[in-house]
Design a protein around this ligand. Structure first.
Ligand code: F0G
Length: 450
């Protein structure tokens, strides 16, 4: 059961099927173009969509809004410092701002950033400064229903051979958990192995720590030797291995906005602070309000609660099991922040160039007002010079789980909607783009049923 009770409620928009069909048509069949009032259950993202606790709302009231030296910053700094052990702590307004500042100060043009998988904004920020973002996911990551417990791991042999060949690697960034790779965790053994390789070659090692607590919890559940460890303790060990981190605090700080850079190097911190002042704000607020810093500090203390994390992980596993029984096979084992439906297996007759995961997302919305996120050829493919469509490696529909927002009966509604969609899967057709920009097309593309 949920280890919390509900004190404040928000009504859900309830639309008829006809209203949903009209909404989808007027959104040009792009779920980014829907208004939130047209969505009943919004599983688009777990980012910035969590419900704050009573203690977080209370903390907002003591926020200190001083421009410099705000009391709220010092509380935030203390909480983050105790968690990470990193001495230099820079708040930013969200994760991608932290990425931009760190990579601008760390990488030279032409250098390579290696990751288990760069999240898309992380990749974009490496490329913006003329770097190259290279993903080295472990082999097990490609097997969607494989039983391997740590499919978020990095291929250490590949990293070693890259460095042995003399490739100019400017940093290694481990994304915990690996969002783009299906929300899969990274093991402590893998983090330690990456650390050793980085030490041998004097390469700085960072975490993209957006979902650090969920990764730490999955280590306690899946990695031999960590069964009796508290998630908080494991999280501290993960941070202890790194030279610093970037993080979107819109996830595991359970607040609606915020980001973070932590560093061990005073010299790198000084450079980042300069850029922070020029583009985000003074280092004691970094683009956030004092009240945000209070809510974030409180959220970072709450998120490693074992009862909360157990409920979250169990919910994701239960949800994946139920969806699978309803005819929506999911990536296994489930992580924490989302389940990923394998659209190719639900709609085998829809080719990648007709966006099967997008088609599934549209049908789930039509059926139950549920909004999911396409992770497939619409988002990650592109049109080649000869007009052909480059396909993404997988066609997934991500159903993200906002923190502390939806109860099990809300998710039961999603499962019933999935069963109805799956019962008529054979009659579902794909989509065709009628208008799209050259890059990041999924945000604004217009489509029609093919
Ligand atoms: N890193 C990871 C692993 C992320 O998942 C995200 C955002 C970011 C960085 C960027 O952080 O949004 O605060 O600027 N992920 C969201 C998602 C958008 O829906 O998965 P941000």
């Amino acid at each position: 059961m949920e280890p919390f009770k509900i004190k404040m409620v928000e009504p859900l928009p309830m639309l008829s099927r006809e209203q949903r069909a009209a909404a989808l048509r007027s959104a040009d069949y792009n779920l980014f173009r829907l208004g939130a009032d047209q969505v009943t259950i919004d599983l688009f993202t777990d980012s910035g969509t969590g419900a704050m606790s009573a203690a977080q709302w209370a903390a907002l009231m003591v926020g200190d809004e001083s421009y410099a030296g705000a009391r709220s910053f010092f509380r935030f700094e203390r909480v983050v410092g105790e968690l990470t052990g990193h001495p230099h702590i820079l708040p930013t307004h969200q994760g991608r701002a932290a990425e931009r500042i760190l990579f601008s100060c760390l990488l030279r043009p032409g250098q390579v950033s290696v990751s288990n998988t760069h999240f898309d904004t992380t990749r974009a920020n490496v490329e913006l400064i003329g770097g190259r973002a290279l993903d080295l996911p472990c082999r097990a990551a490609a097997e969607l229903d494989g039983k391997e417990p740590f499919k978020g791991n990095l291929d250490v042999e590949e990293l070693e051979s890259l460095l042995a060949r003399g490739v100019d690697v400017g940093c290694v960034v481990m994304t915990v958990t690996n969002n783009a790779g299906g929300g899969q965790p990274v093991s402590m053994a893998n983090l330690e192995a990456v650390r050793r390789v980085c030490d041998r070659h004097a390469v700085p090692f960072f975490l993209d720590a957006a979902r650090f607590a969920e990764n730490a919890y999955l280590i306690t559940q899946r990695e031999p030797g960590y069964e009796s460890r508290a998630p908080r303790q494991v999280a501290e060990e993960m941070f202890a291995l790194a030279d610093g981190c970037v993080a979107s605090l819109k996830k595991d700080a359970i607040a609606n906005i915020g980001g973070l850079i932590t560093l061990r190097s005073a010299e790198l911190a000084a450079r980042c602070r300069e850029l922070l002042i020029a583009t985000e704000g003074f280092p004691t607020y970094g683009g956030l309000a004092g009240r945000d810093l209070e809510a974030l500090a409180q959220g970072l203390l709450e998120v490693t609660d074992p009862a909360y994390l157990r409920h979250r992980a169990d919910t994701a596993t239960w949800f994946a099991d139920e969806l699978e029984s309803a005819g929506f096979p999911c990536v296994r084992p489930a992580g924490c922040h989302a389940v990923y439906v394998d659209a190719r297996r639900v709609l085998p007759h829809v080719p990648a160039r007709r966006f099967p995961a997008h088609a599934l997302a549209c049908e789930l919305y039509l059926e139950g007002g549920v909004r999911g996120f396409e992770v497939g050829t619409l988002s990650f493919g592109r049109v080649l010079e000869d007009g052909r469509e480059e396909e993404a490696p997988h066609e997934l529909l991500r159903l993200a789980l906002p923190r502390r927002v939806y109860t099990r009966s809300h998710l039961e509604h999603v499962v019933r909607s999935a069963a109805a969609v799956s019962a008529r899967a054979g009659s579902i057709s794909g989509y065709r783009i009628t208008e799209a920009p050259r890059s990041l097309r999924h945000f604004t593309a217009k489509l029609v049923p093919a």
